[in-house]
Design a protein around this ligand. Sequence first.
Ligand SMILES: Nc1ncnc2c1ncn2[C@@H]1O[C@H](COP(=O)(O)OP(=O)(O)OP(=O)(O)O)[C@@H](O)[C@H]1O
Ligand SMILES: [Mg+2]
Length: 376
Amino acid sequence: MEEIQQIASILATALHGNRPSNIMIFGKTGTGKTASVKFLGKELQRVDQNLQNVRFIYMNCEVVDTQYGVLQNIGNQIIINFEQRIPFTGWSTERVYNILMNKMDEEDKVFIIVLDEIDKLFYKSGDDVLYHLTKMNDDLRRSKLSVIGISNDLKFTEFMDPRVRSRLGEEKMVFPPYNAEQLRDILAQRAELAFEPGALEESVIPLCAALSAQEMGDARRALDLLRISAEIAERNGDDRVTEAHVLKAKNKIELDAISEAVRTLPTQSKLVLFSIINNDDKGNRYMTTGDVYSEYKQLAEAAGVSILTQRRITDLISEMDMLGIIHARVKSFGRGGRTKEIELSVPKMETKQILEDDEELRPLKNYRPATQTTLI
Ligand SMILES: Nc1ncnc2c1ncn2[C@@H]1O[C@H](COP(=O)(O)OP(=O)(O)OP(=O)(O)O)[C@@H](O)[C@H]1O
Ligand SMILES: [Mg+2]
């Protein structure tokens, strides 16, 4: 992969005791950011075995998300002597910072510190620690320090102090989504480890790769698709994984994602979704906000929850549109009048089932939608 080469050539200078540029790596989920950087870290340490010029320090900022936590984590990856370790709490940030500086300088090495999911750290704790880390290099006399930040959020740096942003982003890189061919290689490599020869029908890997490339080019999803296909085959007692299993697996993954999205909606949104389904049941496939609202009011009353204004319901409809649960488009009619045309974009029966099983909507258990009003 081109990106791995690029990062490798930046990091290689560390082998000669020089400081590599800081790097910000961006890219959508499953594009191999974490896997590539970890791989390069291992390679670097392998090549550096004799020279011992480089220390590679990795942490995931979803877990380590405070200034103190980051400094403590770095410190304890460097300090081997247990008695000298930095405690989890209790010391002032300044004290940890100073100890860390001294320890690092004693080592006389190039430190490469990887902050994976760096956006989580930033949103939780601001950019103080990033400011200090990127500035630390100026204060070190013998050692050198460079930071690699990894994120699947391209936007978060906009909110950062411009100085920190420019220091961190000395080099910037974007990992593109994988294409079908690359996914095929990744899957084949994994399959060799995970399956007996002949356990997969020949077209299984190309199909998994093609389906995943069409979606997001996400290697994690491609690997999940293959794994779930195999689980389905095994559960069926079939001794080979076939295309049919892959298609079933794809269906299952999609349904799981939908039910997760529906299950985690706020109660009011669930009611709105229920009204959309009821409208659809009445043969009203493309409905207006007004249609949804009048059904919603009855449901909210039956469920014993407060009835929101039509304005709020319009907002909830937009939210569900963004989640991909429904599809709403603005339609104009006559003299500049506009309304929304709303349509369900998830499978109706399954979604209805999820809502009917929902604890929060239990009062609606025996609710029957009023039949369509007829004009006399
Ligand atoms: N080039 C590759 N070769 C082999 N496996 C890979 C490759 N790229 C990704 N994978 C595998 O795909 C999965 C997802 O990759 P990875 O965790 O690196 O994604 P990511 O870009 O860090 O995603 P996120 O932004 O969600 O953290 C992992 O199981 C990883 O091992
Ligand atoms: Mg990652």
